[in-house]
Design a binder for this molecule. Sequence first.
Ligand code: DLL
Length: 434
Amino acid sequence: MSVKEMILDSKHECMSRDEMAALQGERLVDLVNRVYNNVPFYTKKMKELGVEPGDIKGIEDIVKLPFTTKEDLRNNYPFGLRAVPQSEIVRVQGTSGTTGKLTIVPYTQKDIDVWAECVGRCMTMAGLTKEDVIHVCYGYGLFTGGLGMDFGARRIGAMTVPMSAGNTQRQIMCMEDFGATALTCTPSYLAETITEMGKVDDMKLKVGIHGAEPWTEEMRKKIKDILHIECFDIYGLCEITGPGVAMDCKQHNGLHINHDFFYPEVLDPVTNESVGDNNLGELVFTTLVKEGMPLLRYRTKDLTSIDHTTCECGRTTPRISKFKGRTDDMKVIRGVNVFPTQVETALLSMGGDISNHYMMIVDRENNTDKLTVMVEVNENLFSDEISKLNDLKKKVGAKLKHALGISAEIKLVEPKTIQRSEGKAVRVIDNRNL
Ligand code: DLL
């Protein structure tokens, strides 16, 4: 199949930069008028900045607009930022996040159609077509994972198996019996089931689509080695639409943003200035066509870099790098910035008896930060001589010290000791009350 055949909407995914900027400009002008006239929160914010809809003439004027934060969503909970009458809303979705109140997002039918289009484009990027059977282990409900994948699979005409998470044995039976060719779930859920998927050779599985939490290239390699499937990284957040804001293509060289719908900026989280291409910063999105709850310059807190060069796959849409983490996941421990993904990378590069199930626990004792890393290891080690376990502990300690730049106390534990979460994996417990 030629590259062109693997692109769902080549008009928009391969549009020239100038054409795209013109389209985004038109959409931004319309969006600003809609929010200024229909959402009192934005009328007030724009007035405070002395900006009127007429000041926005093209996409380059986006920098004049106010930011929106999660806090703003909380303060306007549940429907204060809605831009259309309630009767136009056909669905709400949301997220419980890992802390605080729900984030609730109202969608019009057009919002759902755009969302389906985005996930459909992503699934096409992974080479999926109407011939495929897509097994969805993301939760169905307020969380956008299950339904988002479902809408996308329907858009490309594939057969969806709406399983949700849980009951691994039944998942595996259904994957085998129904002939699943693609699997969508969180990377941590898959990691959990991998070892129980010994039957993978009997399966037709060829593609995995994973996201909702940060995961690493090492994890992608591990899944490929064990399951022999090609894994794709899908990104999204309910505030913007759900999964399908971006995904990597078969080049696996960054995640293509659905640029005609979502305008990205990568900013220095402190100065709010653009960091330019290929530099790490906070991802900020403006929803160009959204109707139910459009957002101007939404601060995602997700850390990535952006590349506007054309990809080998033919798409011109900009690519964001695999996520390093979130600004609020980053822990400053004894003055050093530490991300859970660094721990995952280090642990998986050790291979062998080390699993990717870990937990970072940060405490403060006598005014000094203390990092403990619990890691699950092969259970056979516990029946071996104690010296083997001690050797491994030393090796893990040295590896993490090298990767993080600080030392940590290592606790090697038996499989399934670390508590699993239903949805996104929880990797850090910070007991410092900072
Ligand atoms: O997690 C949507 C989703 C579902 C994406 C299924 C992919 C697959 P929320 O619950 O609103 O939405 O959480 C959004 O999850 O701001 C990121 O911090 C994180 N996240 C999502 N995808 C990725 C990814 C869904 N591929 C928050 N890599 C976002 C890293 C991700 N982090």
